[in-house]
Write a protein that binds this ligand. Structure first.
Ligand code: GLU
Length: 290
């Protein structure tokens, strides 16, 4: 039987808070309870939001909390050629196209199509792209590329679904097979203008590379799983099982987020809380099981 491999994959956009502790503990306990491996991965592909000081703090905060991980920490920004090679594989099959649109242009296009901005279909990354650049005449596209115009790379969703032979599904812990519908998210971005690859591309690449068998993460990423399963199918990567856990809520019933003042683990530590107390505050007291 293949041993279980889980991971915690934070983005260093702030100090870890109780919500992160909850997620990390779930992955760690699931692995340790089964004698499996627990990996730590730093998802710092977005240079506009990630900061080295947050990155350095992650391992320290997790170790203080009582977590250990197996093998070296994978830092995504150190592996850009891996993601570029994956994009090349998709591009070679005609599944990507360059998108030159700005956010404002996309918003205008959506408004022109008769959608009130707040009613326009949304994907995990924002409004569903209306497909403007997919319809560019090839000469225009070539000229804009030749002129060095900044562009993202989008997945041609219809072509991807046709190639993959229809929408995929996945195994959710405790819930059985869940059907995916990535088509509702349209032509998602796989490489951004300001980042060499997108979250969707890097996360699926690394879960496959690192042999992750169980993806434990917050329910806020459930929609993204539809896209990840499609990419895994297109790229011939194995399907992990998924355990999307409920988000830890603050006293006001809203999800914990740094911007709303969720206390950072290091603040709790500085205030004299013990790791065991913080594990309990994260909703996973010792002895409670995964
Ligand atoms: N890096 C993502 C985040 O911090 C999580 C990725 C994942 O667990 O798939 O939200």
């Amino acid at each position: 039987m293949t041993s279980i491999v889980t991971r915690f994959a934070p983005s260093p956009t702030g100090f870890l808070h109780l919500g992160h502790a909850h997620s990390a503990l779930r992955g760690w306990r699931a692995a340790r309870a089964a004698g499996g491996r627990f990996l730590l991965r730093i998802e710092d592909i977005d240079p506009t939001r990630c900061r080295p000081e947050y990155r350095a703090a992650i391992a320290e905060d997790l170790a203080w909390l009582g977590l250990d991980w197996d093998g070296p920490v994978r830092v995504q920004s150190e592996h850009l050629p891996d993601y570029a090679a994956t994009l090349d594989r998709l591009a070679a099959r005609g599944l990507l196209y360059p998108c030159f649109c700005t956010r404002a242009e996309i918003a205008r296009e959506i408004a022109a199509s008769g959608h009130a901005p707040h009613l326009a279909p949304m994907g995990p990354d924002g409004p569903v792209y209306p497909g403007t650049c997919r319809r560019l005449p090839s000469g225009v596209r070539a000229a804009r590329l030749a002129a060095g115009e900044p562009h993202a790379l989008r997945l041609d969703m219809a072509a991807a679904l046709a190639t993959a032979g229809g929408p995929p599904d996945y195994e959710e812990e405790g819930a059985g097979r869940v059907a995916c519908d990535p088509g509702r998210f349209g032509d998602v971005v796989l490489a951004r203008k300001d980042a060499p690859a997108s979250y969707h591309l890097c996360v699926t690449h690394d879960d496959a590379l690192q042999g992750v068998t169980l993806v434990t993460r917050g329910a806020d990423l459930r929609a993204a799983t539809d896209i990840h399963r499609l990419l895994q199918g297109l790229l011939g990567w194995p399907a992990p099982r998924y355990a999307h856990h409920p988000l830890l809520l603050g006293p006001d019933g809203r999800r914990l987020a740094k911007r709303d003042g969720a206390p950072a683990l290091r603040e709790l530590r500085a205030a004299g809380r013990s790791p065991a107390e913080v594990r309990a505050m994260a909703g996973l007291p010792d002895g409670a099981g995964p």
